[in-house]
Design a protein around this ligand. Structure first.
Ligand SMILES: Cc1cc2nc3c(=O)[nH]c(=O)nc-3n(C[C@H](O)[C@H](O)[C@H](O)COP(=O)(O)OP(=O)(O)OC[C@H]3O[C@@H](n4cnc5c(N)ncnc54)[C@H](O)[C@@H]3O)c2cc1C
Length: 391
């Protein structure tokens, strides 16, 4: 029998095609076509120079094979073959605790409290009059070419910058230039879609999930950024839509489109720090079709024991239109028993238009368990367990 060899591979589902690995490889073993970045097993000698510069960790995959996968095969991959081993993702120590009041301006308690067990956020560290400059590490289109939703995964390096974040917080973008009246543009907010210890653990970076709005000033500015560009950000912001630290907490997360950003961060945090806690995360996610649903592939791969996934698609040929509120009703049995439990948290994020319909579905589910939704919602809101972030 042939001896197995260890082949170095790049995960096409996580890679943002920034080509930092390609530049770092002293042997020129890494190359790309318009689809994928790949490693030539005939050249790669495991020198590892490419591992450090990767902002996502997509570079760090290894497979025991009898015969290495050739480049042509790797160029075709939409995902890695099974049995790839990843270097274990080490949970990084949390950023050092800091006295939030010493760094925040005019700190008031949020109108809607954060979950009681959430970490203390730092907010307003960098203001519109004093933004901080950060570098773009990569910018990758998440949704299918030619589909209506043009959603980008943008990674910003926070190296050397004082910018501690928690899952659920957002950044402000200070746009360059002036408006028609000669004033600075109003800043726009974007939710951080990576966990507190980084898109890649310990890498000191964050990711944003940005949808290009036709004619939109900031979304087009962000979606057109290139690796190495410098932009100014403010914040961090958000002291309420945060994740509980309590392992007993059960989260129902409901979103459309870029509303997935905080839930990607919640899920990654959970996977990194409490992978043994099962049955805690439940995601209801609506999009037109799978290729317009950001992070569809990686999310689908999170084991059901960690994250139950309920996808609703409204434009799949041959299938009836389904919206996220329909999916909530259809799969009500899986979450109804959680209604009324003091450990249950509900989060809604995405377009404003979804809010009313989602609430109507939640009210029906509550009623099916004999509960008065208005009362339950107020109770949950006041105890920091019901959060809505729509825009
Ligand atoms: C707390 C918070 C978090 C947010 N998180 C995200 C996020 O993670 N990802 C993300 O992509 N956006 C997010 N947004 C929305 C983002 O801040 C901008 O509003 C959005 O990107 C549009 O900005 P723009 O400068 O491109 O458009 P503008 O130049 O401000 O507007 C151009 C035109 O587009 C319309 N428009 C604005 N927003 C939308 C929209 N969403 N859909 C359709 N038309 C629109 C406007 O009415 C206007 O006519 C968030 C907003 C808030 C308040």
């Amino acid at each position: 029998m042939n001896a197995l060899v260890k082949q170095h591979l790049i995960d096409p589902e996580i890679c943002i095609r920034c080509h930092a690995c390609e530049e770092a490889c002293p042997k020129d073993a890494i190359s790309h076509n318009s689809d994928n970045v790949v490693v030539d097993a005939g050249i790669c000698d495991g020198d590892m120079s490419c591992i450090g510069p990767c902002p996502t960790g997509a570079i760090d995959n290894w497979l025991m094979v009898a015969a290495p996968h050739p480049l042509e095969t790797q160029f075709e991959w939409m995902e890695l073959p099974e049995a790839v081993t990843h270097s274990p993702v080490e949970a990084q120590p949390d950023p050092p605790a800091r006295d939030a009041t010493s760094t925040t301006k005019k700190r008031r308690p949020p109108k809607i409290p954060a979950p009681a067990s959430a970490s203390e956020p730092v907010i307003n560290l960098h203001t519109p009059s004093r933004p901080v400059e950060v570098e773009v590490q990569g910018n990758y289109r998440l949704t299918g070419e030619g589909t209506e939703a043009d959603i980008h995964h943008i990674i910003l390096s926070l190296e050397g910058v004082d910018y501690p974040v928690l899952e659920g917080q957002h950044v402000g973008i200070a746009l360059p230039g002036k408006d028609a009246n000669g004033r600075s543009h109003a800043q726009r907010r974007y939710t951080i879609s990576s966990p507190r210890d980084g898109e890649r653990p310990g890498k000191g970076n964050i990711s944003l999930t940005v949808r290009r709005i036709p004619g939109g000033l900031c979304s087009n500015y962000l979606c057109d950024l290139k690796r190495g560009d410098k932009i100014e950000i403010t914040g961090p912001y958000g002291a309420s839509f945060l994740m509980p630290n309590d392992p007993a907490a059960r989260l129902i997360m409901i979103c459309t489109g870029t509303g997935a950003a905080p839930f990607r961060a919640f899920t990654m945090r959970h996977q990194r720090v409490m992978p043994e806690v099962t049955g805690a995360l439940h995601l209801f996610f609506g999009a037109r079709s799978p290729d317009q649903l950001p992070y569809f592939g990686p999310l689908a791969k999170v084991p059901d024991s960690l994250l139950t996934k309920h996808f609703a698609f409204s434009r799949v040929e041959g299938a009836p239109k389904q919206y996220v509120q329909d999916k909530l009703r259809e799969d009500a049995d899986s979450i109804a028993p959680m209604f009324g439990q003091p450990t249950t948290h509900i989060y809604v994020c995405g377009l404003k238009a979804m809010e009313k319909d989602v609430e109507a579905a939640l009210a029906e589910i509550a009623a099916s368990t004999g509960q008065d939704w208005d009362k339950l919602r107020d109770e949950m809101t006041n105890s920091g367990r019901y959060h809505i972030e729509t825009y």
